[in-house]
Design a protein around this ligand. Structure first.
Ligand SMILES: Cc1ncc(C[n+]2csc(CCOP(=O)(O)OP(=O)(O)O)c2C)c(N)n1
Length: 362
């Protein structure tokens, strides 16, 4: 399939149409009915948590948050293939994959509340911190891939980046290194059409991202990132390819960020209602849901009950995170370096003075 849909063929890989009808039976991924339903439920849980997190931010209970809304099929498919010993190298917009890797929702909330411990994932194995400096995670992914190969381990690295991240030097360095050394890294580009307000057509003059794989010397595929089945099949093949020692794979998952870039952004300033509506039909949950309903695997009543259950579960976890004792101020300064540099020490002193001033003036 990686060959059949090689990026040079300029064919986007899809298994279902916009309404969830199968258009390519022969490419169906290996997954049984109960796993399919579980995947849908996990995506629904992640979407519910995502919507509620935006609302917590609006209530002033967390800091800035990047919504995942619309991109859940990519994360749900990753959840199906990633193993405990595989590595997750995240960007910052793939919550469903974090949860599948073993991150707790409480840690996720703590991270967005400013707790450094929330970014160390104490319950998860082989999971790097969330990375906001765009694409800086990718050379680490390639390096981990090199170590896996050197130590002859049976592990694969799943590295996430956005379309904007592909314009960074780190993207080039990581892909070049990974291909030369044939290391087991799956680069998942979530092409959600925007890097903040910059539309994809302004990001690159290239005909998509997947085609760039050709120059690096690795397989590349453009896949409908809102099609759970296509995403799953692609990741299954890419993982097999990596595990067999063939080197890295570049996946361009074409999707749409239905929400804002972050809670500090207003997308109505740079995109039209018509555009948003045109993507509405391609919604990944709607499509998978239609497919499952067609197979008699979903029941509307059950779904309603589940959503209510998820909401109260998520809220309980959020309140638990909120009741965590305040983090020590020095965490903000101490976490980054083994030895604190002088300029940071100065900032810490300055900040402590500011807090004393604030207290004496309140
Ligand atoms: C190195 C760097 N430059 C700029 C920024 C500011 N910034 C934050 S998010 C973002 C856009 C990222 O877009 P993309 O990679 O497409 O990911 P998306 O946010 O769409 O998921 C930018 C430029 C940053 N965080 N890091």
């Amino acid at each position: 399939m990686l060959k059949e849909f090689d990026a040079t063929k300029k064919k986007m890989f899809r298994i279902m149409d916009d309404d969830g009808r199968i258009i390519s039976d022969k490419h169906m991924p290996v997954i049984d009915d109960s796993q399919l339903v579980k995947a849908y439920h996990d995506m629904l849980f992640a979407r519910t948590a995502d919507h509620m997190t935006v609302s917590y931010q609006r209530q002033g209970r967390i800091f800035t948050y990047p919504p995942n809304y619309g991109q859940e099929a990519i994360h749900g498919a990753t959840a199906q293939v990633i193993r405990t010993d595989d590595w997750l190298v995240p960007a910052f917009r793939e919550m469903g994959a974090w949860l599948a890797k073993g991150a707790t929702l409480k840690d996720t909330f703590l991270y967005f509340m400013g707790y450094e411990v929330g970014n160390s994932w104490p319950n998860a194995n082989h999971f790097l911190p969330i990375t906001v400096p765009i694409a800086s995670q990718l050379p680490h992914a390639a390096g981990i891939g090199y170590a896996i190969k050197y130590k002859k381990l049976d592990e694969v690295v799943f590295a996430f980046v956005g379309d904007g991240g592909t314009s960074e030097g780190d993207f080039h360095e990581a892909l070049n290194f990974a291909a030369v050394w044939k290391v087991p890294v799956i680069f998942v580009v979530q092409n959600n059409q925007f890097a903040i307000s910059l539309p994809f057509r302004m990001q690159t003059a290239s005909d998509g991202i997947a085609i760039k794989s050709l120059a690096y010397g690795m397989p590349g595929i453009q896949v409908d990132g809102n099609d759970f089945l296509a995403m799953l099949r692609t990741l299954q093949e890419a993982t097999e390819f990596c595990r067999a020692g063939n080197g890295p794979v570049l996946i361009e998952a074409v999707t749409y960020r239905k929400g804002a870039h972050t809670t500090s952004d207003d997308p109505t300033k740079y995109r039209s209602k018509e555009e948003e509506e045109s993507w509405e039909r391609k919604d990944p949950l709607r499509r998978l849901r239609n497919y499952l309903v067609g197979k008699d695997l979903l029941d509307e009543e059950d779904e309603k009950r589940l959503e209510d259950q998820y909401r109260s579960e998520i809220d309980r976890i959020f309140v638990e995170a909120e009741s965590q004792p305040a983090y020590p101020l020095e965490d903000v300064f101490k976490y980054m370096y083994a030895e604190m540099p002088d300029d940071l020490r100065k900032q810490q002193v300055e900040h402590e003075k500011f807090l004393q001033w604030k207290e004496s003036n309140s």
